[in-house]
Design a protein. Structure first.
Length: 271
């Protein structure tokens, strides 16, 4: 069978007994990075007297080879105990794993998903934003109109929204949010469960000033839900189909989404 096993996002103490047993008994470990997984097993051995099965096989399975790897699979591959682990956190959440699950479903292979450490849920609860509904956007595109559109969707969907961001693009994200929604309350979590874990509440400008250029680490960004109309009889697509000037389209879209009119107009020019 296949087992998807989450690994700690920082603190090794978050490794569950059940997950340790699965790693111990695996015949084959599919790893986002075999070096990272082997390092984890060595730490478990040092701290918890972990003993892995003899002749355990390690196979690299990451975002660049996942599709090709799964296309070549046969159900007989899972006649052994197969475990997939990403470098940190929950497989399938901004990490490979979903294609493996889909293969198992389509081919009648038994599979199980273990619960465990997860950055987005940890940050969602830590934010203190009381809305119980949320959306997860993962990483925005790096640049261009697709990034601008993604950010607008994140800011104006009416739900608490969670983003991942790399340290070398965090400053850019904060400046973008400050430009579009200077009064929006946001929450940033740095290095969750690790020694230098830290929380930041406030507007994008507040947090930008607090950080003072110190962007090292892994970041989760939580955007407080916008005040947006829950539903509308007319959609953005409906408006774009009308033969109207872009400025008029932008004003109408702003009315139903809450998006900044100027930002909406610039986005429409790039469509």
């Amino acid at each position: 069978m296949l087992q998807l096993v989450p690994t700690p996002i920082g603190n090794i103490g978050d490794m569950s007994l059940r997950a340790i047993e699965a790693l111990r008994d695996a015949d084959t470990l599919l790893c986002e990075d075999t070096r990272v997984t082997k390092k984890l097993l060595n730490i478990l051995k040092e701290r918890y007297n972990f003993q892995k099965k003899e002749n355990q096989e390690f196979i690299s399975l990451h975002s660049h080879n996942e599709k090709e790897f799964v296309e070549k699979l046969t159900p007989s591959f899972f006649d052994k105990n197969i475990v997939y682990v990403s470098d940190a956190g929950m497989p399938g959440i901004s990490d490979p794993g979903q294609l493996l699950v889909r293969f198992c479903i389509d081919n009648g292979v038994k599979y199980d998903i273990f619960p465990g450490a997860n950055a987005l849920l940890t940050a969602f609860v830590a934010s203190g934003f009381v809305e119980t509904q949320m959306l997860f956007f993962g990483f925005l595109d790096h640049k261009g109109s697709s990034r601008a559109e993604g950010l607008q969707n994140a800011l104006h969907n009416g739900y608490t929204t969670i983003l991942y961001e790399s340290p070398h693009r965090l400053e850019k994200l904060l400046l973008e949010i400050d430009k579009e929604e200077p009064q929006r309350e946001i929450f940033l979590a740095k290095e969750l469960t690790k020694k230098f874990q830290n929380y930041f509440h406030g507007t994008a400008k507040d947090i930008f000033e607090k950080l003072s250029g110190n962007y090292k680490g892994e970041w989760v960004v939580v955007l407080k839900a916008s005040q947006v109309q829950a539903s509308s009889a007319i959609s953005q697509s409906d408006i774009l189909e009308l033969e109207l000037p872009k400025k008029v389209q932008a004003k109408l879209i702003s009315k139903i989404t809450g998006e900044n009119i100027k930002a909406c107009y610039q986005r429409l020019l790039n469509l």
